[in-house]
Write a protein that binds this ligand. Structure first.
Ligand code: NAP
Length: 284
């Protein structure tokens, strides 16, 4: 299965995460603006039809780059954004979770992406900025459901969420995806992934390559060399084989890395390689 349903939207399982297009730490202008635009155009020309973004990348800059590179958008392109944070002048990540702040964030995304309606909006929870933490999300999801009813949002997802929060949200409205941190060496969400698969909900790991600290593992390097692939390609292929509801949004600011990452969707890991990669978690 190379595609998955986000509500009524069909997306290829290999997508693209746009956060790395802004400056360092997703703040300010890109270090190479032409390359950033080229990455976006080549991604879509190569078959990517799922781009992950947020108006708080830059802030505003990543969405404006997407608009400049790709607007008017192809009919089959799904742009997934997220709300729930703002950036401080020092690049810090600040919670912005009140109903008014969520409404403002939706309008900021619409304006900077040049859209009348957002395909998917993830509610980025901030009870703990770094990891999922329990907390009541009724007010957050009720507000997004209202914006959905007003026709500004097609589908709703969650980010940095616990299993309990997914269930609370689902009691209010449909949830099509969950975006949490997960990769070969960080697997706290193993049970949640399987639970969501049963419910037909996509799991979209952020930092699939380790994010700001790229993955490093001797086992990963060995397996990759045996498969004549790069460690990053092998880590992405492992995620694709981990569960059918996993959608990938690896981020890069270069066309060269984009090409390598997209090629990972064709890399099939033999069972023995999967077993060795599964053991990485116990050896780090
Ligand atoms: N919901 C959330 O809270 C949240 C948080 C973080 C991110 N996200 C989303 O998740 C997406 C993915 O996360 P991410 O971009 O931060 O991290 P990532 O995909 O794990 O890794 C990106 C890092 O890996 C490098 N890289 C990419 N491809 C590579 C390759 N083939 N070989 C070597 N290095 C490579 C990139 O550098 P180069 O630019 O040099 O390639 C960048 O430093 C983001 O773009 C964003 O859309 C969501």
């Amino acid at each position: 299965m190379n595609t998955f349903q986000l509500g009524h939207l069909t997306v290829n399982r290999m997508g693209y995460g746009a956060m790395q297009l802004a400056g360092a730490h997703a703040f300010g202008q890109p270090k190479n603006r032409d390359e950033a635009l080229a990455v976006l155009r080549e991604a879509v020309e190569s078959g990517v039809n799922h781009i992950d973004t947020s108006d708080f990348y830059g802030p505003h800059i990543t969405n404006q780059l997407i608009r400049e590179a790709l607007h008017p958008y192809r009919d089959d392109l799904t742009i997934v954004t997220k709300v729930g944070a703002l950036r401080g002048a020092d690049a810090s990540w600040l919670p912005a979770q009140s109903p008014q702040e969520l409404e403002t964030a939706v309008h900021d995304n619409l304006r900077n992406l040049g859209l009348d309606v957002l395909d998917v909006v993830n509610m980025r929870l901030m009870f703990d900025v770094m990891a999922p933490a329990e907390g009541d999300i009724e007010a957050h999801i009720t507000k997004l459901a209202e914006l959905q009813q007003r026709g500004l949002i097609r589908h709703i997802g969650l980010s940095n969420a616990t299993s309990r929060q997914v269930q609370q949200a689902r009691a209010i409205t449909g949830i099509v995806c969950v975006q949490n941190q997960y990769n070969l060496v960080l697997r706290h969400d193993d049970a949640l992934i399987d639970e969501l698969a049963q419910q037909g909900i996509a799991y979209v790991p952020f930092f699939p390559l380790g994010g700001f600290s790229p993955l490093q593992s001797s086992i990963l390097a060995e397996v990759a060399a045996e498969l004549d692939a790069t460690p990053m390609q092998t880590a992405l292929a492992w995620l694709l084989q981990r569960a059918p509801n996993i959608l990938l949004i690896p981020g890069t600011s270069t066309v060269a890395h984009l090409r390598q990452n997209l090629a990972a969707s064709k890399l099939v890991l033999p069972e023995q390689a999967v077993q060795r990669l599964n053991s990485v978690i116990t050896s780090v």
